[in-house]
Design a protein around this ligand. Structure first.
Ligand code: C2E
Ligand code: CA
Ligand code: CA
Length: 387
């Protein structure tokens, strides 16, 4: 596989640089560029030549270090993406990745020294894949298209991803995830359009649609003898209206679905806009019997305060902690502590994004009770849930 990319390798060691350039050439990168320090790299990037796609940065450079170089690249947007080459531990790499992303730069990941051709190929493939999705996105969703219209037209509907009890593998719940069925037959996942829903202020419409479709499927499953709880995602913006609790209850009861079969998932980072209304609403929803789940736990800012002050019944451990957990001691420790905390607070715990059996085994060992992820099943249409 050839990569028609412009790649710049910044590395001070002559031997490692030659090795890296040779690997890049062998992977089909036509003219790999090189620089032995930060200033030279910046000159090259800003010299007015053809744009560079990817910069591989050795962190430990003389003079301007790799971190400062990445910051400057981000500041001036002088490359499309960066990746770090380093012998540093995962926490340091993660901090740098956060910094790069915060500055709006695409951070592809990290290559541990010594660099191998396999790892380098993975990285180039990741870059090509992201670019393909980005190109697709732009081609697919035209800027004039209003997601609110698509929701009203019934083109946006929930698929359902199973959640299983880890001790026996039984499916006890599903999460409703929005999908956009396009007229050409393609189905876009929420990740590709949810930010537009938010920008266009259409989260309430999406929520009502998703909830009533969920309740409709619940009734159909029920008639086949299948009893599942359904989790539905809720944006904090939808908590700003005091009448929402009654409306939500009415929506599900229309289909004969009792509120205790519904769990509303709120992301930890979604600040409750109008705290007074929002808090009152959460309390009211609990009184009506709805479950409340704290989504993406561990990625927001005020986890502990929110956990103790808000009436949550469930905690979902974010995918970023689950991915590769068996070989990442810090993630493992964080998840172990979260599970322990949940148990002490009497909350259910769901591990998200479980893709591999090693991840499943580690979560089970740490006492996680429920799991959700591609290892079990992706989200599927409601009609396919019984099977
Ligand atoms: P989320 O609530 O954290 O949902 C989990 C996301 O991870 C889903 O992406 C799901 O398809 C994906 N996923 C599940 N298992 C795996 C796995 O094993 N590996 C990996 N890599 N990914 C997995 P999706 O459906 O694209 O949704 C993205 C986000 O959009 C959701 O994150 C949620 O925050 C939001 N969202 C989805 N549906 C709705 C909705 O109806 N309303 C609102 N307000 N937000 C929604
Ligand atoms: Ca969720
Ligand atoms: Ca989540």
């Amino acid at each position: 596989m050839a990569f028609p990319l412009r790649v710049l390798l910044v590395e001070d060691h002559a031997f490692q640089r030659r090795l890296g350039l040779r690997m890049l050439a062998e992977l089909g990168v036509q003219t790999p560029l090189e620089a032995l320090d930060g200033p030279t790299a910046l000159d090259l990037l800003e010299g007015g030549g053809e744009a560079v796609d990817l910069v591989l940065v050795d962190l430990d450079l003389p003079g301007m270090d790799g971190i400062e170089l990445i910051r400057r690249i981000a500041e001036r947007r002088s490359a499309r993406a960066v990746a770090v080459v380093s012998a540093m531990d995962a926490a340091v790499q993660h901090t740098i990745a956060l910094m790069a992303r915060a500055a709006g730069l695409r951070m592809l990941g990290c290559i541990e020294k010594p660099m191998t051709a396999d790892r380098l190929r993975e990285l180039l493939q990741a870059f090509s894949a992201i670019e393909a999705v980005a190109a697709d996105d732009d081609g697919d969703i035209h800027s004039h298209e209003r997601i609110a219209d698509a929701i009203a037209a019934g083109e946006v509907l929930p698929y359902f991803q199973p959640q299983v009890e880890m001790r026996n593998g039984r499916v006890v719940a599903v999460e409703a995830l929005a999908r956009w069925r396009r007229s050409d037959g393609r189905v876009l996942p929420a990740a590709q359009f949810i930010s537009r829903v938010e920008q266009q202020g259409a989260t309430a419409a999406l929520f009502e649609r998703t909830l009533s479709e969920s309740a409709r499927h619940w009734r159909a499953w029920q008639s086949q003898g299948i009893d599942l709880r359904i989790s539905v995602n809720l944006s904090a913006a939808d908590l700003a209206d005091a009448a929402a609790a009654d409306r939500i209850e009415h929506l599900v009861r229309q289909y004969g679905m009792p509120p205790d079969r519904v769990i509303l998932e709120l992301t930890e980072s979604s600040a409750i806009t109008d705290r007074v209304v929002g808090l009152g609403l959460l309390a009211r929803l609990r009184l009506k019997g709805f479950g409340l789940s704290i989504d993406d736990f561990g990625t927001g800012y005020s986890s502990l305060a929110q956990l103790t002050q808000l009436p949550f019944t469930e905690l979902k451990i974010d995918r970023s902690f689950v991915s590769g957990i068996e070989r990442m001691p810090k993630n493992r420790a964080t998840v172990a502590a979260s599970i322990d905390l949940a148990r002490r607070l009497g909350l259910a715990v769901v591990g998200e994004g479980v893709e591999r059996s090693e991840e499943w085994a580690t979560l089970a060992e740490l006492g996680c009770t429920m799991a959700q992820g591609w290892l079990v099943s992706p989200a599927v249409p409601g009609e396919d849930i019984p099977a």
